[in-house]
Design a protein around this ligand. Structure first.
Ligand code: ARG
Length: 236
């Protein structure tokens, strides 16, 4: 949890869920990515706060880690949504994304809309909006059997299963789907527009931290740092 050393500096333990390139991933033993750099840049602008080392969790465990004080801050390409908003506070939005549907690049299956996934084994990471898309748009209306859906601890495992032919499609945030498509024998079949906004997550009683993070975020947007980081990590 956060600690105050008496000198007015609060130490914040950040948490993330790697395996989500380019937002957070392991490069050898180093944790890198857009979220890691943006967090560092934002905290650089915040008086009275310093960052401790990153703690890593499966994505589906991050909110619990935050509310139980194991971490104080989430940077994990986490979409701001109503369900999560009941438990934690989000910063102002810092990135927008849609979902993409990725398949093997061998042309064996080329869906063009969600309904085409009907009857196919599909996967997503546990606790994500990709999983929610499958649940709400396919399983809930009977287009897909619950047994056709596999929930993975992380998307790297899901992509391995896709390559192996154990599943035929994955629903995943578009920038990360693009990255897998560049690195593995998979491709983006189509985009499913969800217009999601990512936010940093904080405990609901940490209002001062949330305010300071939002101010820091505004500063890095105004001074060009944000743009430099998007150019570095997304090449645009
Ligand atoms: N944006 C999606 C969500 O909030 C996926 C985030 C997954 N993040 C990660 N670091 N694995 O559900």
């Amino acid at each position: 949890g956060c600690s105050n050393n008496g000198g007015g500096t609060e130490t914040i333990t950040p948490g993330t869920a790697p395996g989500f390139q380019p937002f957070e991933f392991q490069d050898g033993s180093e944790l890198v990515g857009f979220d890691i750099d943006l967090t560092a840049a934002v905290f650089e602008e915040m008086d009275g706060y310093e960052l401790a080392d990153w703690e890593t969790f499966e994505f589906g465990s991050l909110i619990q880690a935050l509310t139980s004080d194991r971490i104080d801050f989430i940077a994990a390409a986490m979409t701001i949504n109503d369900g999560r908003d009941e438990t934690i506070d989000f910063s102002d939005p810092y990135y927008s994304a849609n979902q993409s549907i990725i398949v093997r690049a061998d042309g064996s299956f080329s869906p063009s809309e969600l309904g085409d996934l009907s009857g196919r084994p599909v996967g997503a990471q546990s606790g994500t909006t990709g999983e929610e898309t499958i649940q709400d748009e396919l399983i809930a209306n009977g287009e897909l059997e619950e047994s056709n859906y596999t929930s993975y601890d992380n998307y790297v495992l899901a992509v391995e299963d896709l390559e192996n032919g154990n599943i035929d499609a994955i629903v995943i945030d578009e920038p990360v789907g693009d990255t897998f498509a560049n690195q593995r024998p998979v491709e983006v079949a189509f985009i499913y527009e969800t217009n999601e906004q990512y936010g940093f997550g904080m405990r609901t009683d940490d209002d001062d931290l949330t305010t300071a993070v939002n101010e820091g975020l505004q500063t890095v947007r105004d001074d060009g740092t944000y743009e430099d980081l998007t150019a570095e990590w997304f090449g645009s």
